[in-house]
Design a protein around this ligand. Structure first.
Ligand code: PAF
Length: 285
């Protein structure tokens, strides 16, 4: 590893990048929680295309995990992550400690925007409060002009976009396509929890989304029928449980009854103890 510069303190990353920016270089930020896969690396490559410098952050953010979620077992693969970032041409990696982000006595949080209230926000109370808080902190510590996020976390992107707009943050959000395995499974750090049979069953997610898209392409506009079809595909996979399999307005993420505007199918479901999410745009007028 000879290229990527690993920085551990907020002061150091801020001053290094302030210096780069004063020399006229553009900075693209890719926030991650590590356990990197091809999806993250595609964000770094996009950052390198659009900006002179790509900066990744690796921080498993405790405040976005619920008490019964996988914070302690979330995969931590720092050495491998740094190697992959180096190979992808990343220029800086910011790897703060927990205390640097949440100093003892930390008690300030972001109230997430209204698009956070349903779906993940309902099932994972506090999740988007934690995401919005840490992302805003990263934006303050890493003075980037552009931040890159993956579309797989569709609602997360909507929350971050709304926060940037509502708080007049001087950063542009770029959303990059979901990277999929050759059989369609969306890349996720959590895929590594799946046994081989669970992984085979998890393909039901992609089949359900594709089936919904085909129905819309054939002219179906009744959301009730599309959602029923998605559920049937998921149950046949078989899925262990479905948190939601819905068709929503692409902007507001409010549920739809008829498809008229841009519509997105969103699914969260469990295979064994692993909870996966995925989404697909079904319709653009
Ligand atoms: O998508 C993620 O990996 C995380 O939610 C993020 C944006 C890095 C915040 O911790």
């Amino acid at each position: 590893m000879d290229r990527v510069r690993v920085v551990h303190t907020p002061l150091e990353i801020y001053s290094q990048l302030a210096h780069e920016r004063s020399a006229g270089r553009t900075v693209g930020l890719v926030p991650t929680m590590g356990a990197l896969h091809a999806g993250h690396l595609s964000l770094v490559k996009q950052a390198k295309k659009d900006c002179e410098l790509a900066v990744a952050t690796i921080f498993v953010n405790p405040t976005q995990f619920g008490p019964n979620e996988d914070f302690s077992k979330y995969p931590r693969t720092l050495e491998r992550d740094l190697e992959q970032l180096d190979n992808a041409g990343c220029d800086y990696v910011f790897v703060p400690s927990s205390e640097q982000i949440y100093a003892p006595g930390h008690s300030t949080f972001i109230e997430p925007p209204s698009v956070a209230s349903r779906w993940e926000g309902e099932i994972r109370p506090g999740h988007f409060r934690g995401v919005a808080t840490v992302v805003l902190k990263l934006f303050m510590m890493v003075p980037a002009q552009v931040a890159f996020f993956g579309r797989k976390d569709y609602q997360q992107v909507a929350v971050i976009r709304a926060m940037v707009e509502d708080l007049n943050l001087p950063i542009r959000i770029e959303v990059c396509d979901t990277i999929r395995e050759s059989d369609g499974l969306a890349m996720s750090s959590r895929n590594r929890y799946l046994s081989s049979t669970e992984r085979a069953r998890a393909l039901g997610l992609w089949r359900a989304l594709q089936g919904a898209q085909e129905l819309v392409q054939q002219g179906e506009r009744d959301v009730g029928k599309i959602e029923l079809a998605m559920q049937q595909v998921l149950l046949a996979a078989p899925v262990d449980s479905i948190d939601y399999a819905r068709v929503v307005d692409a902007q507001t993420m409010e549920p739809l009854q008829q498809i008229e505007e841009v519509a997105v199918a969103i699914i969260a479901a469990r295979f064994g103890s692993t909870r996966l999410i995925d989404n697909l745009t079904l319709y653009r007028p």
